[in-house]
Write a protein that binds this ligand. Structure first.
Ligand SMILES: Cc1cc2nc3c(=O)[nH]c(=O)nc-3n(C[C@H](O)[C@H](O)[C@H](O)COP(=O)(O)OP(=O)(O)OC[C@H]3O[C@@H](n4cnc5c(N)ncnc54)[C@H](O)[C@@H]3O)c2cc1C
Length: 332
């Protein structure tokens, strides 16, 4: 049984893991979050250096669900999210169509990682800790990490808040049935290219959905609220995303060759050659198929799974998945 004093391990500090962890901690449980990266936020990510910043993962989020809308309002009031109203277009391979709409699109400010940092501020977080083994011993979960070996503490429950292929690997020996569910959701990679320009690009859009191309999305990152202050070295920062299909085929390609192909395509859309660029490969960016479970809670072995792959994808789906899992666990 989960009790007030129960110790919970949450593996993954993306938006689903943080939503789950904060709700459990607010209810009085003792929560520890483990994250393999140096910082939180997972795929809601921003590349930052001393010259520029660029959101190279999730571009914006929408909030059609009332519970998530209330959370976004809380982020807004805390100054970590703002409405983004980009000039949007679509290119179908032949013509450009205006897609600017009244739909509310939000971004983290001053960067996409800000809502996650806000959620994580009061959590017990162990970053740079890649959990590589989970074992159920005498009804308690023992964890090991790549960096520190076997950890000192044991836990009454385990939450995996990570892409399905990573959850599958961790659960294979200790919870094979759950590993099988995770294995049923296939995730695909995305190449992302961050481009720096000395001059402003005279393009009539801030965001472009692209079809029938190796690119799927193009955006003027510095058109988002609160961005310009940070881009001191360059006039403009643009981000290009390759499509999932193209990225999967070119997953093992040399990054500079990928960049060259993506820039060539950008030039066809009216862009130009950047003065500097950086590539990033998201190995598990998006789902080819989704589970409709919302979240998973196995009460027999006290293991929960949450993440976008269980709830329709996107930031909203991920946050809700973590939140609903926490609510389920508190009912247990
Ligand atoms: C290129 C791209 C564009 C996108 N665009 C949009 C968009 O415009 N709008 C939108 O709503 N969504 C978008 N998304 C999707 C959105 O980013 C995700 O749905 C959401 O961020 C997923 O959150 P999550 O918590 O489920 O997973 P993640 O964010 O992946 O978090 C999982 C965390 O677990 C950590 N982890 C994994 N394994 C371990 C381990 N063994 N030990 C410790 N830590 C581990 C990872 O480092 C990561 O921090 C995009 C995603 C990508 C990649």
């Amino acid at each position: 049984m989960i009790k007030q004093q129960s110790k919970i391990a949450v593996i993954g500090a993306g938006i689903s893991g943080l939503a789950c962890a904060t709700t459990l901690q607010n209810a009085g449980l003792e929560v520890t979050v483990f994250e393999k990266s140096r910082g939180v936020s997972g795929r809601m990510s921003t590349r930052v250096n001393n010259q520029w910043q660029c959101d190279h993962g999730a571009q914006y989020f929408t909030a059609s669900n009332p519970q998530f809308a209330a959370e976004v309002q809380r982020w807004h009031e805390a100054g970590v999210a703002k409405l983004w109203q980009p000039r949007l277009q679509m290119f179908d391979g032949v013509k450009f169509t205006d897609k600017t709409s009244l739909k509310y699109r939000y971004v983290g400010v001053p960067r996409q990682t800000s809502p996650a940092k806000f959620l994580a501020q009061n959590l017990n977080l162990l970053a740079s800790t890649t959990i590589n083994k989970v074992e159920l011993i005498d009804n308690q979960w023992q964890l090991s990490s790549k960096e520190h070996g076997q950890l000192n503490h044991v836990f009454d429950a385990l939450i995996l808040a990570m892409p399905s292929p990573q959850a599958k690997v961790l659960l294979e020996s200790s919870a094979p049935k759950l590993a099988k569910v995770a294995a049923s959701v296939v995730m695909q990679g995305y190449w992302s290219l961050m481009c720096c320009f000395n001059n402003k690009l005279e393009l009539p859009f801030d965001g472009l959905f692209v079809q029938n191309s190796l690119l799927s999305w193009v955006a003027r990152d510095n058109a988002k609220p609160c961005r310009t202050l940070y881009n001191t070295a360059y006039s403009e920062i643009w981000v290009l995303h390759a499509s999932g299909e193209w990225s999967e085929i070119h997953i093992d390609e040399n990054a500079d060759i990928v960049a060259e192909k993506m820039i060539t395509e950008f030039i066809k859309l009216g862009g130009s050659i950047p003065q500097a660029y950086t590539t990033h490969l998201w190995r598990y960016a998006d789902c080819a198929n989704y589970s409709t479970l919302g979240y998973i809670w196995d009460n027999a072995i006290h293991v929960g799974l949450c993440g976008d792959w269980l709830n329709g994808g996107k930031v909203q789906g991920a946050w809700l998945s973590g939140q609903l899992l926490a609510e389920q666990l508190l009912k247990t």
